[in-house]
Design a protein around this ligand. Sequence first.
Ligand code: MN
Length: 317
Amino acid sequence: MSGNRARRIGLLGVPVEAGTGRRGACMGPEALRVAELEARLAALGWDVTDHGNVVQLDARALGALTFAGAAHSPERVASWVRPLARQSYDLCKAGTLPVFLGGDHSLAMGSVMGVARHWEEEGRPLFVLWLDAHADFNIPSISPSGNMHGMSLALLAGEAELRPVFGDEPTTAIPPERMCVFGARSIDPGERDLLRRRGVSIVDMRQIDEHGVSVLLHRFLNRVAAENGVLHVSLDVDFLDPTVAPGVGTTVPGGATYREAHLVMELLEDAGCVGSLDVVELNPFLDDRGRSALVLAELVASLFGQEIMDRPTQPFG
Ligand SMILES: [Mn+2]
């Protein structure tokens, strides 16, 4: 366990679904609570507080937000992510390791924004690991769907087209070269071009098949360690193969297996650099008897110290 991590975890629900084309993600935070996330983390020795859900602003009071292209329900997205960024920042300031329960992936605009502002003040470089079938690096002028859950990483990288989301709120941009999209298998053509130009690292499933998650993840984690960085992990349910976790609106075949996902979590735990986490896109309406919620709760526990079996201190052989 690394010394730069809080022993205190704060859970914060963000039942936003305005960023996606399908309803049901608003139930995600409750499903993760029903899957006993809090008790699992407490059993690992963490001091856990559930802060309930973020209080949404009145979207109508924000006025119309205009963009240079397609962006659906931006006022509703903003009504969630603006107060979320503030609460995220406050949790970090209080020495809490925040775990954000979604809700669709647009919530990362707020959660990571607050985290980024905190670490900028602390003078520590923030890195972002995006565990996702998609890169979420669209901007309104190139987005095929206009759904804003596909734009969150681009906003965090400081893409100018997305500035109206935060308006006059305090923001900071994360250098795109400190971002890694891991598990990708569905990236739009315009988005791919933008990712390349900005220098975001992409690890796709083809590379994972060829080299395995361990080698590829270490490559990124070594960079985090070399700069004494802090890591935000954003876990989208569709990182996993739909046979493992069907409870998501954007299933893409060929995702991470149960074992690959657990290995990623254990490697992150070993690295000891994770300072915050999103768990997003869980749609209990599409789930199979809570299976996806339970898998996610297990993965989060794995990230925070749960081991399947106690290993002997000396490896066998
Ligand atoms: Mn996503």
